[in-house]
Design a protein around this ligand. Structure first.
Ligand code: ZN
Length: 332
C-alpha cells in the first residue's frame, strides 16, 4: 500500500521517501523572537552554508525526506522550506498546527476564544485549508498535522488543536498527526484522547516518546497501535531528558515485544534558531548535545543497536519501512 504525501515541492509517493528523519526543525523560534530580530539578523547565505553540507551528508546515507514538525506559531516558513528543498534536493514534509500553550504563541487564539469567536471551528478550518489548499500563497500544502501538550496536562487551549486534528483525521484517512509530549509526559492521555475521538492509532505518531523512561506507558500506547517517535536522539541529559543508552534499551525492549515496526527515529534538531543564536557553553556542546545532528543516527545509533542484538533489517526498518508504513500504510 502506498499513498501520495504532500511535500513542500508537491506530492511524493510514500514508497519514494527513502530514509526519513521523522521529526526535525530546520528553522525554529520560540514566539517572541520576532521582536528580537536585531541581534541576529537572518542571513540566508550563512544559513545555507550551515545546512547544505549537512544535507549532502545525510543524502549520502540514504535520507531522502525530512519531516519538519515546526508549528505555525514557532516560525514555520513554508516558502523557505520549499527553497531549501529545491536547492538541496531533499523532500521536506511541512506541518500545520500549534505548539503547547506555554511554549507557543497562545495569546492569539486565546484572545479569539475569550471574545466569543468560534476558535475551535477556525482552527479546524485553518488546518484543513493548509492540508488541502495550501499555506497562505506559497502553494505549499502541509503534509502532516502537529499538536502538542504541556508538562503533565493537556489544557483546554491545547485540546482545541487536538480535537481539530481528530476531526480531520476521521474525515480523511490520509491525514497523519505528529505530536509533542512535553518531557515525555501525557503519552497515555494523548492516546486516550485520540481513541475516544475515534481516530485510528495508525494515523498518529506520538512524539518525544524517548523523553520518558516509563516503559509501561510506552508499551501501553504501542499495544493500542500508535507509532512511537524516538525523535530526540543525540539530545540528552538536560531538561529532564534521558541518555541515549536508556533510549536504546527501550527501543530494544519494545522491538523484542513485537513493536519494532512502529518505531521512528529522529533528532528534533534545530539548525537555525530564529532570534538570538543558541550559543551554549562549550561544556554542554561537547557533552549533552555533542551528537545532536542529522548524521548521528546512521553513523552511530544504528550500528549500536545492531551490537545490542537488533538485526540490520530491523534497524533499516526504523529509517525506511516504518516511516513509509506510517505515511503510506493501510489503516486496518
Ligand atoms: Zn520538535
Amino acid at each position: 500500500m502506498s499513498r501520495m504525501i504532500n511535500t513542500v515541492t508537491g506530492p511524493v509517493s510514500s514508497d519514494n521517501l527513502g530514509a526519513v528523519l521523522a521529526h526535525e526543525h530546520v528553522l525554529f523560534g520560540y514566539p517572541g523572537y520576532e521582536g528580537d530580530a536585531t541581534c541576529n539578523v537572518w542571513d540566508e547565505e550563512r544559513f545555507f552554508g550551515v545546512v547544505e553540507p549537512v544535507i549532502e551528508k545525510i543524502k549520502a546515507q540514504g535520507i531522502r525526506t525530512i519531516v519538519d514538525a515546526t508549528p505555525n506559531d514557532c516560525g514555520r516558513d513554508a516558502a523557505m522550506l520549499k527553497k531549501i528543498s529545491e536547492r538541496c534536493g531533499i523532500n521536506i514534509i511541512c506541518s500545520t498546527g500549534y505548539y503547547y500553550e506555554r511554549g507557543g504563541a497562545s495569546a492569539y487564539w486565546n484572545f479569539r476564544r475569550n471574545f466569543g469567536f468560534p476558535a475551535d471551528e477556525e482552527v479546524y478550518e485553518l488546518m484543513k485549508l493548509e492540508l488541502n489548499e495550501g499555506i497562505a500563497k506559497t502553494g505549499v500544502k502541509a503534509g502532516v498535522i502537529k499538536v502538542a501538550s504541556g508538562i503533565g496536562a493537556i489544557g483546554d487551549y491545547e485540546k482545541m488543536f487536538f480535537l481539530a486534528a481528530c476531526r480531520l483525521a476521521k474525515e480523511d484517512p490520509g491525514v497523519r498527526i505528529v505530536t509533542h509530549c512535553s518531557h515525555g509526559t501525557m503519552l497515555k492521555e494523548q492516546a486516550e484522547l485520540f481513541i475516544s475521538e475515534g481516530v485510528n492509532p495508525n494515523q498518529v505518531q506520538l512524539g518525544h516518546f524517548c523523553d520518558t523512561v516509563d516503559l509501561s506507558a510506552q508499551i501501553d500506547v504501542m499495544e493500542k497501535g500508535f507509532y512511537a517517535g524516538f525523535d530526540r536522539m543525540g539530545q540528552v541529559g538536560f531538561d529532564g531528558m534521558p541518555y541515549d543508552d536508556d533510549r536504546l534499551a527501550a527501543i530494544c525492549a519494545l522491538t523484542s515485544l513485537g513493536f519494532g515496526k512502529r518505531i521512528l527515529l529522529s533528532n528534533d534538531r534545530i539548525y537555525w534558531f530564529l532570534g538570538r543564536e543558541f550559543l551554549l557553553s562549550k561544556q554542554i556542546v561537547d557533552t549533552l548535545i555533542k551528537e545532536w545532528h542529522w548524521t548521528y543516527i546512521f553513523e552511530k545509533l544504528l550500528p549500536k543497536l545492531q551490537k545490542m542484538g537488533l538485526s540490520e533489517e530491523q534497524t533499516h526498518g526504523f529509517m525506511f519501512e516504518n516511516p513509509a508504513g506510517f505515511y503510506g500504510g493501510a489503516l486496518a
